[in-house]
Design a protein around this ligand. Structure first.
Ligand SMILES: [Zn+2]
Length: 89
């Protein structure tokens, strides 16, 4: 059985901890550099290399984050086994 690494909270970066990533501009298709949250920068880079255009992203900084794709879909980024806080309990 495969063993997966636990995603620890400290793999997520602090607000403002960004790194430049070459991405496809969703407006005109040109390549440009954008500052991306460091902990999800490799994911955003991989999507753009695969010609999947991303529009905006945030790792969530300890809470679930999201990568918006230009086609209208979004990828939710969250630690494995994340449980939503529920206000009705
Ligand atoms: Zn982060």
């Amino acid at each position: 059985m495969a063993k997966y690494m636990e995603v620890k909270e400290d793999v997520m970066c602090e607000i403002g901890d960004t790194t430049p990533v070459a991405v496809i501009c969703p407006v005109d298709g040109t390549i440009k550099e954008e500052q991306i949250d460091r902990c999800i920068a490799p994911i955003v880079q991989a999507l753009n290399v695969a010609n999947i255009v991303t529009a905006e992203s945030c790792c969530g900084h300890g809470r679930p984050g999201v990568i918006f794709m230009a086609d209208g879909r979004e990828l939710e980024i969250k630690p494995r086994h994340w449980k939503e806080e529920r206000s009705d309990r």
